[in-house]
Design a protein around this ligand. Structure first.
Ligand code: SF4
Length: 377
C-alpha cells in the first residue's frame, strides 16, 4: 500500500456490479485455485481453511449466471504444457521450457530477457484459457453470442488485471478472452456489500461442464505446483506406465529455488522451481550464460506462488500464513478422486467434441500465445 496515497489499487468491483445488473448479459465467473484457501480469512477463518463450497454459494447469491473453476483450465494448461514438453524433447527443440502462467513473470522476462523469448511455454495462463473456451465452446453449447457473455475472473493476483487487457489475449479486438478481473480482496468486499453471511452458507458445487478438476490443478496455487502437475501427466504420457507416487516432495516448500530429477525412458530430466523475481533473475542469467543445466522450470513472481499473490488478504510477510494456505491446497489435492490432469473426463470431452488433439491446430489457435520483446525498464 502506498504510504502517501499517491497510488491506489485498480478497483473493478463497480464494473462487475454493473454487468451483473445488465439483463442483456450472461455473466459467468471463474475462481483461481489460491482464492479458496485465503478468502475465508476475510470472514474470520484461519489461513488455509478451504472454503470452496461457500465461495461458490456466495458467487451464486451475488447474481452470477454460472460459477466455474479455473482449476478446470489448469488441467487444460497441463494437457498443453506437457504436450509441448514432449514435443520439445522429441524434436530436440530449445530447453529448458519455462512455465508461462504468471503474468508478473511474463512481463518481467519480456523487459529483462527479450533475447530469451523462445524458451517460455507458449501456453496462455489458465484463466485466459478458460475465458476463450467459455466464449467459444460454452457459448456455443448455451446458444449465446460471445459478445453477450461477460467472463469475470476472481484471482489472487493484481497482474492478471493487466494480463486480461493484453491485445493478443482476445478472440477479436472487441471480444477479450476475459472481461474483468477482480482479486480475492475485491470478492470479499462484494460479499460484504451484499450483506451475505458467508460463514453460514451451505457448500455448493461448481457448474458443469468446465467445473470438474483434478488434484493436480489445485496445487497450481502454490510454488512448485504447476511443474509437479505437469510431471504427473508428462511422466505417464512419455513412459506409458502409471506414476504411483504423485507427490514430488523436493519441489514443495518455501525455499526460493528447488530442484528434482526425474528419469523418463532412460533420460534424466532436471526440474527447477523459483519463486520471487530475484530468484527468477538468477536462473535466467544462468540460462543466458549457458550455465543452467535444467530442462523444465516453473517460475512464479510472488514469494510462495499465487497463495502469496498481491490480491490476497494481506499476509504481511508472515510465512506461516503462506504455509497454511499451501497445506490447504495439498489437502484438497489429496482429497480429490482424480489427481492427474489427463484423467479429467470433462477435459477429455472438450478435446473430443471441440479442440481435437492436445497441442493440435485448434488448440494452438485458442490456447497458445506469443511474447513481445520490450525495452529494459
Ligand atoms: Fe499473479 Fe503472483 Fe500468481 Fe504470478 S505468482 S500469477 S503475479 S499471484
Amino acid at each position: 500500500v502506498c504510504p502517501t496515497g499517491a497510488l491506489t489499487e485498480v478497483d473493478h468491483v463497480g464494473k462487475v456490479w454493473r454487468e451483473l445488473n445488465n439483463p442483456k448479459k450472461t455473466v459467468i465467473v471463474q475462481t483461481a485455485p489460491a482464492v479458496r484457501v485465503a478468502l475465508g480469512e476475510l470472514f474470520g477463518e484461519e489461513p488455509g481453511t478451504v472454503v470452496t463450497g461457500k465461495m461458490v454459494a456466495a458467487l451464486r447469491r451475488l447474481g452470477f449466471d454460472k460459477v466455474f473453476d479455473t482449476d478446470f483450465a489448469a488441467d487444460l494448461t497441463i494437457m498443453e504444457e506437457a504436450s509441448e514438453l514432449a514435443h520439445r524433447l522429441k524434436h530436440e527443440e530449445t530447453l529448458p521450457i519455462l512455465t508461462s502462467c504468471c503474468p508478473g513473470w511474463v512481463k518481467f522476462f519480456e523487459h529483462q530477457f527479450p533475447d530469451l523469448l523462445d524458451i517460455p511455454s507458449s501456453c496462455k495462463s489458465p484463466h485466459e484459457m478458460f475465458g476463450v473456451i467459455a466464449k467459444t465452446y460454452l457459448a456455443g453449447k448455451m446458444g449465446i453470442d460471445p459478445k453477450d457473455m461477460v467472463v469475470v475472473s476472481v484471482m489472487p493476483c493484481v497482474a492478471k488485471k493487466y494480463e486480461a487487457a493484453r491485445p493478443e489475449l482476445a478472440i477479436k479486438p472487441e471480444i477479450p478472452d476475459v472481461d474483468i478481473v477482480i482479486t480475492t480482496r475485491e470478492l470479499g468486499r462484494m460479499i460484504h456489500e451484499a450483506g451475505i453471511d458467508f460463514k453460514s452458507l451451505k457448500d455448493e458445487d461448481f457448474d458443469r461442464p468446465l467445473g470438474e478438476s483434478s488434484g493436480a490443478s489445485v496445487i497450481f496455487g502454490t510454488t512448485g505446483g504447476v511443474i509437479e502437475a505437469a510431471l504427473r501427466t508428462a511422466y505417464e504420457w512419455l513412459t506409458g506406465s502409471t506414476l504411483e507416487n504423485v507427490e514430488f516432495e523436493s519441489l514443495r516448500g518455501m525455499e526460493g529455488v528447488k530442484s528434482a530429477k526425474v528419469t523418463i525412458n532412460g533420460r534424466t530430466l532436471k526440474i527447477g522451481v523459483a519463486h520471487g523475481l530475484g530468484n527468477a533473475r538468477t536462473i535466467l542469467e544462468g540460462i543466458r550464460a549457458g550455465e543452467c543445466q535444467l530442462d523444465a522450470i516453473e517460475i512464479m513472481a510472488c514469494p510462495g506462488g499465487c497463495i502469496g499473490g498481491g490480491g490476497q488478504p494481506y499476509h504481511h510477510g508472515n510465512i506461516e500464513i503462506l504455509k497454511a494456505r499451501a497445506e490447504g491446497l495439498y489437502k484438497e489435492d489429496r482429497d480429490k478422486p482424480i489427481r492427474k490432469s489427463h484423467e479429467n473426463k470433462e477435459i477429455l470431452a472438450l478435446y473430443d467434441e471441440f479442440l481435437g488433439k492436445p497441442y493440435g491446430e485448434k488448440a494452438h489457435e485458442l490456447l497458445h500465445t506469443s511474447y513481445t520483446a520490450r525495452k529494459k525498464l
